[in-house]
Design a binder for this molecule. Structure first.
Ligand code: PLP
Length: 498
């Protein structure tokens, strides 16, 4: 399997090369040359396997330059019951007739990012042996919350890696901050910066692009890499859970093998829903993708009109991991829908960079509306949905999942399409205890976030995950705060490079 860039179709690299590089030098994203097939017989065989074995089978089709032993090493270390609180890894919970929630938050940090970030460190270190002369990998992350913690947990104590995470001092929730500052592991480092998420992100990009810093790392036999969702190594593990969920429905007798399902995804950077689309292109029977957004509804408009326009106000919502106006992974979808025409993609993304806007061709608009339905909801509707799902089904869902449920309900009302449906549930409700508690009780709470976790547990009768409940008593290991200008020096000091 070879990979090319969305902005250069003539490029040919293997999986190890694209995973170590992260992003293509031309600014494009790496995509597989073709998507491997998945037959009904494959699905039937996979129903009898564990999650790790399903991952092994699917990864084997994409990472053809890895040996079977290497792939098995990666999947067995990532997906086991020491790391996940469910033997199934991803749990499928039946909400009501024909509607299933795919709980992707049974990993160490309680958000779906774990599904990929538990595996990525193994994929990266295996790739580095092949493609980067076994250099030590230094992961730099700028985070607004969930990604930083999931990357820290994934990379902690992984041989031949170091990870340094920067977060905006006042830009993350108290639980998220405590999750990061108490991080354990001998190869991890966490640093707050004075500024917002953009300052952190810009600072990290500047370090990546700094040739002098790069040379000094190379002298120390190290190299930078990235753990964010533009890396192919984060996308391929996400294809697995959609196929796995389908297998579960087949083996539970909820669907026949071959029967199409709909898939609903609460979307930000478009990585999660794109993985579902790739699963369909491989052969998974999917009828419609329902792309759910919060008040930052740039994708809803795009799916409905074919015009992507980021020139609009940015809203801070109670589903913060979806507060995004540029969904990077959309580029991979459009490359596929434009039949791999790299010149067309370069044109659209140049106009996004210069004008914040582009309009796709009629052919692409048609494919978009055939495959996708786009919808959004605001914070009030999100809270009302958390409450009504809890009252009606005794099921507690987080604010991101609630956006998906609400948009799905709107879809049902508009279309009457009762195809059986998988809704991606992306975070444990206790991770966003403040908003969930307010939704369930009807009153905002001014208690601190640890008290909110306890209150939510009392009221709902649901136990809080112990990794969150125990945070309050953990020792803070990282309390440094630096300015954006000091980030490069902080990195070099951390790595012991003079
Ligand atoms: C990251 C995240 C999302 C958005 O996922 P994308 O792949 O960026 O679309 C949704 N919900 C939660 C809880 C997240 O952490």
């Amino acid at each position: 399997m070879q990979y090319k860039s969305t902005r250069d179709s003539s490029l040919r690299l293997n999986a190890a090369e694209v995973i170590t590089a992260g992003i293509s030098g031309d600014g494009g994203l790496f995509v597989p040359e073709t998507l491997p097939g998945l037959t009904a017989d494959d699905i039937a065989a996979l129903t009898k396997k564990s999650y790790a074995q399903r991952a092994e089978f699917i990864l084997g089709k994409f990472l053809t330059d890895f040996t079977p032993e290497e792939i098995r090493y990666c999947t067995e270390h990532a997906y086991n019951d020491e790391k996940f609180d469910s033997e199934k890894i991803a749990e499928l919970s039946r909400l009501c007739d024909g509607t299933y929630l795919l709980e992707l938050w049974h990993g160490p940090t309680c958000a779906f990012k774990d599904m990929a970030l538990q595996l990525l460190p193994y994929l990266l270190t295996t790739s580095a042996k092949k493609a980067a002369a076994d250099k030590e990998i230094v992961i730099l992350v700028a985070t607004s919350g969930d990604t930083g913690k999931a990357a820290l947990e994934g990379f902690k104590d992984v041989d031949k890696t170091k990870i340094i995470v920067f977060y905006p001092e006042d830009g993350v929730s108290k639980v998220q901050k405590r999750q990061m500052t108490t991080q354990e592991g001998s190869n991890v480092s966490v640093c707050a910066i004075r500024g917002n998420f953009d300052d952190a992100q810009t600072g990290v990009k500047r370090i990546f692009a700094d040739a002098e810093v790069g040379r000094r790392l190379a002298d120390a036999n190290m190299m930078f890499s990235s753990a964010n969702s533009i890396n192919w190594g984060r996308l391929v593990p996400q294809i697995v859970y959609y196929i796995s969920a389908y297998c579960e429905l087949v083996s539970d007798g909820e669907i026949q093998n071959g029967e199409p399902v709909n898939i609903v995804v609460p979307t930000g950077n478009f990585g999660n829903i794109l993985a579902a689309y790739y699963a369909k292109k491989m052969g998974l029977p999917v009828a419609k993708f329902i792309c759910a957004s919060n008040a930052n509804n740039v994708l809803t408009d795009f799916i409905r009109t074919g015009v992507y326009d980021r020139n609009r106000p940015f809203h801070t919502t109670i589903s913060p991991s979806m507060d995004i106006l540029i969904s990077s992974n959309l580029e991979r979808l459009l490359y596929d829908m434009a039949d791999g025409d790299d010149a067309v993609i370069r044109g659209w993304f140049a106009s996004l960079a210069s004008d914040g806007r582009y309009e796709v061709s009629d052919a692409v608009k048609q494919k978009l509306s055939q495959e996708f339905y786009g919808g959004y909801c605001n914070d009030e509707e999100t809270k009302a949905t958390i409450k009504h799902i809890f009252d009606k089904y005794s099921y507690l869902c987080d604010s991101h999942t609630a956006v998906a449920v609400k948009v799905y309900e709107d879809y049902l009302a508009q279309t009457g399409d009762y195809t059986k449906t998988i809704i991606a549930s992306t975070a444990n409700p206790f991770k966003f205890a403040g908003s969930v508690l307010e939704a369930v009780t009807g009153a905002a709470s001014d208690a601190d976030e640890f008290e909110q976790v306890r209150a939510l547990s009392r009221i709902s009768g649901v136990e809080a995950p112990k990794q969150l409940a125990e945070l309050e008593n953990k020792t803070v290991r990282f309390d440094a705060v630096v300015s954006a200008e000091e980030m490069a020096r902080t990195v070099l000091e951390n790595l012991g490079i003079k």
